[in-house]
Write a protein that binds this ligand. Structure first.
Ligand code: ADP
Ligand code: MG
Length: 240
């Protein structure tokens, strides 16, 4: 579903991604772990062309991610993204947050958009919040709205960038449970997170990034119990 081939990204002279190659199969959950500044967000952002690599190639579901506008639109139509800070529209209700892009981008009628929104609100467990505004919701509820909004576009791939790290501990599980459901339904997912329980339950593959490189890669058990590099061991000893 995703092929990342020799991707490098520089900010000025600073190398944020150094020749990264990675494949994600359809239905696979890939977890990216690594210290702050190691390039995790940059890699996610390259997948949907929010950042443009200086070298290498990314192909998503057969579409080469490059500056061609048709390609960019096609990739963004297939790739949903969920951020640490929800990024909901504050002046819109929960329902309208989930309907907006459906109507604007997908050209669905209001009625159809609402039908889909209600289904997704059921799925993420907060139909009773539909008429509220984001500030009236807990962080965990807001993140579930953000996930529902993304799913309304029927993505083939979901990218999550630290989806629970802005949440109070008691909210984390409800968001991870929604993600776990998605994983079990076969959604292709790339998840930047340090939630090791989720990694063990849901991830097929774990990648450890350090200074713009992938230095460790394998099934969660292998990466967590038999890391090859001192820097992975040190990092894991802090978070496990
Ligand atoms: P992570 O998500 O693993 O914490 P990032 O991908 O956000 O890391 O950042 C990797 C490195 O690139 C960091 O050192 C960060 O400061 C730098 N960086 C990220 N975005 C920019 C930018 N727009 N301009 C300059 N440097 C950036
Ligand atoms: Mg980041």
């Amino acid at each position: 579903m995703i092929r990342i081939d020799g991707v490098s990204k520089y900010y000025g002279a600073f190398c944020a991604l150094d020749n990264v190659s990675l494949d994600v199969q359809a239905g696979e959950v890939l977890m990216i772990v690594g210290p702050s500044g190691s390039g995790k967000s940059t890699l996610l952002r390259c997948i949907n062309h929010l950042e443009v690599p200086n070298a290498g190639q990314i192909v998503v579901d057969g579409i080469t991610v490059n500056n061609n506008e048709a390609h960019i639109n096609a990739v963004r139509a297939e790739v949903g993204m969920v951020f640490q800070r929800f990024e909901l529209f504050p002046h819109l209700t929960v329902l309208d947050n989930i309907c907006l892009a459906q109507q604007k981008v997908r050209k669905r009628s209001r009625q159809e958009s609402e039908q889909i929104a209600w289904k997704l609100l059921e799925k993420v467990g907060i139909p009773e919040q539909a008429r509220k505004f984001p500030t009236q919701l807990s962080g965990g509820q807001q993140q579930r709205v953000a996930i529902a909004r993304s799913l309304a576009m029927q993505p083939k791939v979901m990218l999550f960038d630290e989806p629970t790290s802005a949440l109070d501990p008691e909210m984390i599980k409800e968001v991870l449970d929604v993600m776990l459901d998605l994983a079990r339904e076969g959604m292709t997912m790339v998840v930047v997170s340090h939630e090791m329980g989720f990694a063990r339950n849901a991830a097929h593959q774990v990648v450890f990034m350090d200074q713009g490189r992938i230095i460790e890669q394998g099934p969660p058990n292998q990466v967590f119990t038999q890391p090859n590099h001192e820097r992975t061991k040190l990092f894991l000893s802090r978070i496990l």
